[in-house]
Design a protein around this ligand. Structure first.
Ligand code: ADP
Ligand code: MG
Length: 608
């Protein structure tokens, strides 16, 4: 005799029930999903004793014909999918065709249903999987399912039920979830004759939250709504500072289905880093919508858990959207904790300025007189005279030749008292000075580059890089190779003021940046670092060149973003410039200023 026999439907159903019907709340969940799938606009849920003695779910949806009502109680009978392909375009809650037969196999189960166009309804009563009656009944269009004596056929299961209070809490939880996901459907929840909530259909999630969770919760929520990469994240989340001791109010929906998903849960908690105390949880009613083919809901029998095809892109998108919403709310609600630009700060120190706006600084260099071929000279058009009459091109100008300065800076620059009188601005970038011996044209940007370069190099050498914690950490994602580079060089980065913490695979959070960097450039700056690391330009060993390279890189960023200095700030800038070891050129070797000697002017004007 064969040892294997095929299980009867009754046993198979009970086994399935073991998976699908964990507790009374699971029944509420399955039946409410069916009601929603049936297009209902009103759903009423009633239960007694935590659902163990009585559950009724009633809707005004499409109902079933007599034939469908019978079929619905058979295993794997569903109207929602026809073949496995349909799983990829699932828009309904149900699809397994297991709920009704499972429930009916472990309880006393009554199904009453009527299609709108039918004159009468169908009433089927099943007890422990066996049909007690099947008859016609009068009722309004829709479906009513009544469950009593739960687990009457599997007494052992009853022992696993928790207290009435706990089971009730689970039911309430599910009822809230579905009510939140469907503000357009009116929900009623009745516990032992007491109405817990009755929500009219409403247009907005916030109204629904207010109905269910009360004004105090609803009042502290901010809106999230972001689209991108074929996804949309919307809903309401707690304003910064608003937290809970448990995750119970972190409610997440994917394609309107309440889910437990670690990726999204983690993304949410991570995003609140710095906004709520450690060990506390945010409040959130979040809805992620994406193509059904990018989600696998067929992971857990109760469909509570889901998987994303591309976990990291979902995570990245969600974190960005949440951080953006938080950032916005911080900007609106609170005084932003903004940083003053470092340049402005330092430039305001120790300004010495007299009544005529003449900046007198203590010392000035005597510039090397170098004979140069001035190519610019050739292009000077002298309007009144023909070209031939212009002086030959070889001219003596006191001018800076950066290459020379870089080499023998100390010998060339002798410092004496400086007496530069600021005349005004020319061509945007140039400050003009009248001096004892001629005219100075200062490229203030080049001067700033030199000053900042010196300052940054000094801080790198002393390991005193000033860094600034970001108000909101910036999430960034890299390819695996770059990620590995970042992980390996976290310490190096930190020495240069960049604090980057990994969170999840290939995903990082920029927590602090050098003080000089505008917050919105954090990501781009880290990207530059990654490039430099990848092409080998910087490494732990090449300290000297690395520092110079990084300083040069930083300097260009700083100066590009800085505003034009006031006359007073210019004075300060000059003082700092002449404190550096090479005031004559910027870090790229371009002159910071040129001087045209009086003798040169005279000569050009044919005087003496
Ligand atoms: P599934 O939801 O996975 O299809 P169920 O066992 O939950 O499986 O339901 C079986 C079928 O019964 C559904 O496919 C649907 O056609 C029908 N049905 C169940 N509940 C309702 C309802 N409230 N209104 C209309 N039809 C329903
Ligand atoms: Mg179902």
């Amino acid at each position: 005799m064969a040892k294997i026999s095929v299980l009867s439907d009754q046993v198979a159903n009970q086994i399935a029930a073991g998976e699908v019907i964990e507790r009374p709340a699971s029944i509420v969940k399955e039946l409410v999903e069916n009601s929603l799938d049936a297009g209902s606009t009103a759903i009423e849920i009633e239960f007694k004793k935590g659902g163990t003695s009585f559950i009724r779910i009633e809707d005004n949806g499409c109902g079933m014909s007599e034939e469908d009502a019978s079929l619905s109680l058979q295993r794997h009978a569903t109207s929602k999918i026809k073949d496995a392909n349909d799983l990829n375009k699932l828009t309904s809650m149900g699809f397994r065709g297991e709920a009704l037969p499972s429930i009916a196999s472990v309880s006393r189960f009554q199904l009453q249903t009527r299609e709108t166009e039918s004159e009468s309804g169908t009433d089927i009563l099943i007890n422990g999987g066996k049909v007690v009656h099947h008859r016609e009944c009068g009722m309004p269009p829709g479906t009513r399912m009544t469950i009593s004596q739960l687990f009457n056929t599997v007494p052992a299961r009853r022992k696993f039920l928790k207290t009435v209070a706990t089971e009730s809490a689970h039911i309430v939880h599910y009822a809230r979830l579905y009510a939140l996901a469907h503000p357009e459907v009116s929900f009623t929840l009745i516990d032992d004759g007491r109405t817990l909530f009755r929500t009219p259909a409403c247009a907005r999630l916030r109204d629904r939250v207010m109905e269910i969770f009360g004004k105090s919760v609803a009042g502290k929520l901010i809106e999230v709504d972001a689209k991108g990469k074929g996804m949309r994240l919307s809903g309401l989340i707690g304003a910064p500072g608003h937290s809970r001791s448990s995750r119970h109010e972190m409610l997440i929906f994917v394609n309107n289905r309440p889910v437990e998903n670690r990726t999204l849960g983690y993304a949410l908690i991570e995003s609140y880093y710095g906004h709520i105390p450690k060990g506390r949880y945010p409040v959130a009613f979040l809805f992620l919508d994406l193509s059904p083919k990018d989600v696998d809901v067929n992971v857990h029998p109760a469909k509570r858990e889901i998987r994303f095809r591309n976990e990291s892109s979902v995570r990245g998108f969600a974190v960005r959207a949440i951080l953006e919403a938080l950032q916005k709310s911080v900007e609106i609600v609170a005084t932003p904790i903004m940083r003053t630009a470092p340049i402005e700060k330092s430039a305001r120190l120790g300004i010495e300025i007299d009544s005529e706006n003449v900046v007198r600084s203590k010392r000035t260099p005597i510039l090397a007189s170098v004979r140069v071929e001035s190519s610019a000279e050739k292009e000077v058009e002298t309007p009144a005279k023909p070209k031939a009459m212009v002086e030959p091109v070889s001219t003596e100008i006191s001018e800076i030749v950066p290459e020379i300065r870089e080499k023998s800076n100390d010998e060339i620059v002798e410092v004496v008292d400086r007496d530069w009188h600021f005349i005004g601005w020319a061509q945007d970038d140039y400050a003009l000075y009248d001096t004892d011996s001629g005219v100075v044209v200062l490229d203030y940007k080049a001067a700033r580059r030199r000053v900042w370069y010196a300052r940054l190099l000094a801080s790198y050498k002393d390991r005193t890089v000033e860094s600034q914690k970001l108000l909101l950490p910036v999430p960034v994602e890299f390819d695996p190779v770059s990620s590995a580079m970042l992980t390996d060089n976290a310490e190096l980065l930190e020495a240069y003021g960049l604090e980057v913490a990994p969170f999840g695979r290939n995903f990082f959070r920029i927590e602090a940046v050098p003080s000089w960097l505008p917050e919105n450039e954090a990501e781009a700056y880290l990207g530059d670092w990654v490039d430099l690391l990848r092409n080998g330009s910087i490494s732990d060993k090449k300290t000297g060149p690395t520092q110079e390279l990084l300083a040069k890189h930083a300097v260009n960023k700083i100066v590009r973003g800085a505003s034009t200095p006031s006359a007073a700030e210019l004075g300060e800038l000059l003082d700092r410039l002449f404190e550096t070891n090479n005031p004559l050129a910027d870090p790229n070797g371009r002159p910071t200023f040129i001087e045209i000697a009086k003798s040169e002017l005279n000569r050009r004007f044919h005087k003496g």
